[in-house]
Design a binder for this molecule. Structure first.
Ligand code: DP6
Length: 352
């Protein structure tokens, strides 16, 4: 697996864009080397993505210190560079050539900074896809490029493992899902009704503030959470039922599970020690308005949340105009500065 000496001095350039994803069944709680305590499932998004370019040069020998420059949206960013260096060094067992490369990385996000939108899934998957591509150029073809990219992405950020496939991705061992694994996510778009491929995700920004607790700290709180074990088993049950509802396009069941998953994630944080309330008053207000609207109109729109106050509004494409009305007349005033990010289910990463 070492670099052939004929490659020394070679330079190359790889670019990938990779999307964010939104979990329907949430990953919250991990162990060991970035392994999930329960299985999760997510929609791959289309518009919220990271675009990462990696210029590299093969050095004559491995260096003691990783050679890496990183700029984010045109500016050198030492904090991010340190984070990436730490990640790269942690995967030296997978890519033993990593210290023999001089990296010049640039990255940008298509979604605005400071909207409280987590970028680790898109950023870590874009980086990992670049690394897998470099590996192919220097060492030879990988057996299953996207499986490997998912595996490497997971080591950077658990949710990133799910960003490398179109439409829907499943991560985490589950007794009823063939091929499921804690090590990498698997593509799941073929398992569901086509309706879900048309889904929109409009992200209503309730607060642009930094999250009060990082995902890493949040996962760690599950280790001492008295309800953790029952949460892990209910997540796996929810996943079974959710998949069934998505095969049958049973939207009532889909909505019921997706909303309970979001609220359960927040409930776990409320009963952690220390405890956190990650919703804002406007989050709750929006949840009530969405539920009333659904009851009055029968439009199958529902919400999910990540570990923060922003609302993800999920609905099939055919209801776009009705949901637009809901947003404009009832919800937009509850966002910070009328901030909304329009997204929908997407096709996954792209080499550019
Ligand atoms: C609430 O993937 O950000 O979004 O593995 O520590 O990087 P790390 O955590 P991360 O956790 C995501 C948590 C979540 C739910 C989910 O995406 O499944």
């Amino acid at each position: 697996m070492d670099i052939n000496s004929s490659n020394v001095g070679n330079r190359g350039k790889i670019s990938f864009e990779s999307p964010s994803n939104i979990a329907l069944v949430k990953y919250w709680g991990k162990y060991g080397r970035q392994l999930p305590k329960n299985a999760s499932l997510s929609f791959t998004l289309q518009n919220a993505k990271s675009i990462t370019t990696c210029n590299y040069e093969v050095l004559s020998e491995k260096q003691n210190d990783l050679q890496l420059d990183f700029s984010f949206e045109g500016n050198q960013n030492i904090a991010f560079a340190n984070k990436i260096s730490k990640f790269f060094l942690s995967i030296e067992d997978i890519f033993p050539w990593i210290r023999q490369i001089k990296f010049d990385l640039t990255s940008e996000n298509t979604f605005p900074h400071s909207t409280g939108i987590a970028s680790s899934a898109s950023a870590m998957s874009a980086l990992s896809l670049c690394l897998c591509s470099i590996h192919e150029q220097l060492i030879g073809p990988l057996d299953n490029f996207f499986k490997k990219a998912s595996f490497v992405s997971r080591l950077g950020s658990g949710s990133a493992s799910r960003s490398v496939y179109p439409y829907l991705a499943q991560w985490g061992e589950h007794p009823k899902i063939e091929g499921s694994s804690n090590q990498f996510a698997i593509p799941f778009g073929d398992e569901i009704d086509e309706l879900f491929k048309t889904y929109h995700d409009d992200i209503l920004i309730v607060s642009k503030n930094e999250k009060s607790v990082s995902s890493t700290a949040g996962h760690a709180l599950m280790d001492s959470n008295p309800y953790a074990e029952s949460r892990y088993s209910s997540a796996n049950d929810n996943l079974t039922a959710l998949i069934q509802s998505m095969k049958q396009a049973d939207l009532d069941t889909f909505i019921n599970i997706v909303e309970r998953e979001a609220l359960t994630l927040h409930a776990q944080m409320m009963c952690s020690d220390p405890s956190y309330i990650l919703m804002e008053p406007n989050t709750l207000e929006m949840i009530n308005l969405i539920r009333s609207f659904r009851q009055e109109t029968n439009v199958p729109v529902c919400f999910t949340l990540d570990a923060g106050p922003n609302i993800h509004l999920l609905y099939p494409h055919e209801y776009e105009s009705q949901v637009e009305e809901l947003i404009n007349t009832q919800l937009i005033g509850l966002t910070q500065d009328n901030s909304i990010i329009r997204d929908r289910v997407g096709l996954g990463p792209k080499k550019i």
